[in-house]
Design a binder for this molecule. Structure first.
Ligand SMILES: NC(=O)c1ccc[n+]([C@@H]2O[C@H](COP(=O)([O-])OP(=O)(O)OC[C@H]3O[C@@H](n4cnc5c(N)ncnc54)[C@H](OP(=O)(O)O)[C@@H]3O)[C@@H](O)[C@H]2O)c1
Length: 285
């Protein structure tokens, strides 16, 4: 099985390096700029292609690793050049998009798959190392899934398959877990700054708390990992938090209330009873 890449950016290059390290065979790269395909080809000891039909005819599985907005453009170019056959499988790595995008080429009879690495790709070398522990989310037709599963078996990566209709919700969840976690931590840091604690002290003092909390989630699950005034049913403390935020940093009030309400919903009847839930809800609303 020969794997080719259209789009020699962070994901295309990192996956190429990772595949190569796992003894998969690469055909090579074609990209918008020749310098990009040359860089990725050099890093993976693969070939540079100058047009889509040559890359396609040298490959069995073709990864489209352009930015999300360019995937449809590439698909249209593939249709116009009529280079795909039933033998090929087309893969994209977008988290938000599904294989719906590939509908116009299904007539070729080939495989289609969306294969999303649950990982953030900053630079190709670090990302290729991270890929060893990365879990993938797949959806596609039978041939597409079979080819993707074959690749992930060879690289020894875990994966799960989801329904294509759930892809957007899946991506929204990943966005909460990765991006909004950053926002939440930044909001806590901002509140601390307004108490006069220096920036570098905040990071040093609170990162151990954050990482310990993440460790507790991994060990015991979200509901059991929760500590603090809500799970203790300490409504006076919650009332005081709300007064202080209202007076000193009102821009964070809505976030505090929304997160508080989501938290009591999470622990209702598991760690707090109905009466405590009602009291806390009155404070938070
Ligand atoms: N970055 C992440 O953390 C991450 C994580 C999971 C999934 N993904 C998904 O992986 C895909 C690639 O993301 P990325 O971060 O690797 O993007 P990227 O670094 O911006 O790379 C995209 C590459 O595609 C090339 N390109 C753009 N239009 C093209 C076209 N029409 N034909 C051929 N090549 C074209 C560009 O090439 P030139 O350099 O030649 O201009 C660019 O290097 C996206 O679908 C993204 O959603 C990304």
């Amino acid at each position: 099985m020969k794997i080719g890449f259209i789009g020699a950016g962070k994901v295309g290059t990192a996956m190429g390096i990772f595949f190569k390290q796992n003894n998969l065979t690469l055909s090579g790269y074609v990209s918008r700029r020749e310098t990009s395909s040359q860089g990725a080809a050099k890093a993976t000891d693969a070939a540079v292609f100058f047009d889509l039909p040559s890359l396609v005819s040298a490959s069995d599985v073709i990864f489209i690793t352009t930015g999300d907005d360019q995937i449809s453009t590439v698909i249209n170019q593939l249709i116009q050049t009529a280079c795909l056959t039933g033998h090929h499988t087309l893969v994209h790595t977008s988290g938000a998009l599904s294989t719906d995008l590939f509908d116009p080429i299904l007539a070729s009879g080939g495989g289609v798959c969306s294969l999303h690495p649950i990982m953030s790709f900053a630079d190709p070398i670090t990302a290729s190392l991270n890929l060893k522990q990365t879990v993938f989310t797949l959806e596609g037709n039978d041939k597409g899934l079979a080819d993707a599963q074959r690749i992930l078996k060879l690289t020894d990566n875990r994966y799960f398959v989801i329904d294509r209709h759930n892809k957007v919700l899946y991506h929204a969840a990943a966005c909460i877990l990765s991006n909004y976690l950053v926002t939440l931590i930044d909001s806590g840091f901002e509140l601390l700054k307004s108490t006069g604690i220096a920036n570098d002290e905040i990071t040093r003092a609170f990162m151990p708390l954050i990482t310990a909390t993440l460790g507790n989630i991994e060990k015991s699950g979200t509901v059991n990992a929760l500590t603090g005034p809500l799970v203790r049913g300490d409504e006076n403390t919650i009332g005081k938090h709300i007064e202080a935020i209202k007076t000193q940093t009102p821009e964070f009030l809505a976030l505090y209330q929304t997160m508080g309400l989501a938290t009591i919903d999470m622990i209702k009847d598991k760690r707090i009873d109905g009466e405590t839930y009602d009291h806390l809800k009155n404070h938070l609303k």
